[in-house]
Design a protein around this ligand. Structure first.
Ligand code: NAP
Ligand code: ZN
Ligand code: ZN
Length: 348
């Protein structure tokens, strides 16, 4: 076992503080790597604040992890020391169920996926995430980061990137599709960039016009403020696909009304409280309400390669680990442009 420095939450209300954790010895199928950068996802905040249930404190969050391999197990053939690698939201799953067999490990029906943090592996080891100096992960749950993507920019792709890429692919975003993205935060800004790279017509639906210039620069064709009631009249029935990335509860009925007949609203935000769904804006136009969660290992690799090929990168603000609590406050205030990424050098 090795000891590494990390940032951990010890309760729902205490700030994250510096601590130490241990990482297991490198097993035959393990890849050990130094973490260079870790993105801050709003899910980290929901988790440490106990909004999804009581977590296993202490929690070391971070599931957008990018780094450089330092050691590999005797059976590992796909990775070698020096490789640029990443880990996303899970580090294991049952590996036997139909979903695991199909590369949809995030929907594992056996043991369920084992989260990168706040979870327990088969042998009882508790998982700790990326706000730390190094990690050891089974090779099957490691991603290869293309050389052309800098490690700081790669980190947010491991959650925000794949969470938007997967539904855009599943619901066939492309040149003929009118796609709207609700919320221009970490997930939302990746949605705009990826949908644009796939050739769709993209509209941002943000609370205000504050980020309009950014939204258009990121690739949106149109940008509207949802605080303006006219937006809902003007855009009624005009989208094939709406991706909701908002971390809080929205009035879904109003947004369902923006879909064309047979359109789909995909819920990606995971707010603390259940969402209310009125019948008429849904059933009245045979619209669908769907959900989607991150993406499997093969699709995450496909997304990384797609981003390399199409020059898609997140917009990031690199911070030092001791800024994490302030960064959380800024995320909660929708004041993130557009993903905080922790430079973990001082934790190694
Ligand atoms: P984020 O960076 O905070 O972005 C969320 C955006 O939603 C904000 O920037 C803001 O955009 C908008 N927003 C926030 N509060 C709002 C409110 N009260 N009313 C209306 N709009 C509001 O968060 P994120 O990291 O992108 O994550 C977003 C959500 O997705 C979280 O709930 C997270 O847990 C969840 N998530 C889900 C998955 C999945 O697999 N499905 C994966 C990762 C994260 P504007 O200022 O532009 O309105
Ligand atoms: Zn996430
Ligand atoms: Zn499974």
């Amino acid at each position: 076992m090795t000891t590494v420095t990390a940032y951990a939450a010890t309760s729902a209300t205490a700030p994250l503080t510096k601590t130490t954790i241990t990482r297991r010895d490198v097993g035959p199928h393990d890849v050990a790597f130094d973490i260079h950068f870790a993105g801050i996802c709003h899910s980290d905040i929901h988790t440490v604040k106990g909004e999804w249930g009581e977590p296993l404190y202490p929690v070391v969050p971070g599931h957008e992890i990018a780094g450089v391999v330092t050691a590999v197990g005797s059976e590992v053939t796909n990775y070698k020391v020096g490789d640029h690698v990443g880990v996303g939201c899970f580090v294991d799953s049952c590996r036997e169920c139909d979903n695991c067999e199909a590369g949809l490990e995030q929907y594992c029906t056996g043991t369920g996926m084992v989260g990168t943090y706040n979870a327990v592996l088969k042998d009882g080891e508790k998982t700790y995430g990326g706000y730390s100096g190094a990690i050891v992960v089974d090779e099957n749950y490691v991603l290869r980061i293309p050389e052309s993507i800098a490690l700081d920019a790669a980190a947010p792709l491991l959650c925000a990137g794949i969470t938007l890429y997967s539904p855009l692919r599943h619901w066939n975003a492309g040149p003929a599709k009118r796609v709207a993205v609700i919320g221009l935060g970490g997930l939302g800004h990746m949605g705009v960039k990826l949908a644009k790279a796939m050739g769709a017509k993209v509209t941002v639906l943000s609370q205000s016009l504050k980020k309009m210039e950014d939204g258009l620069r990121l690739g949106a064709d149109e940008y509207y403020a949802t605080s303006d009631p006219d937006t809902f009249t003007k855009l009624a029935g005009s989208f094939d696909l709406i991706l909701n990335t908002v971390s809080a509860n929205l009035e879904l009925g109003a947004y369902l009304g923006l879909l064309a007949t047979d359109g789909t609203l995909v819920e990606l935000g995971a707010p603390e409280h259940p969402l209310e769904v009125p019948f008429f804006p849904l059933g009245g136009m045979r619209r669908s309400l769907a959900g989607s969660m991150i993406g499997g290992i093969p699709e995450t690799q496909e997304m990384l390669d797609f981003c390399a090929e199409h020059d898609v990168r997140p917009e990031i603000e690199v911070i030092q680990p001791d800024y994490v609590n302030e960064a959380y406050e800024r995320v909660l205030a929708s004041d993130v442009r557009y993903r905080f990424v922790i430079d973990t050098a001082s934790l190694r």
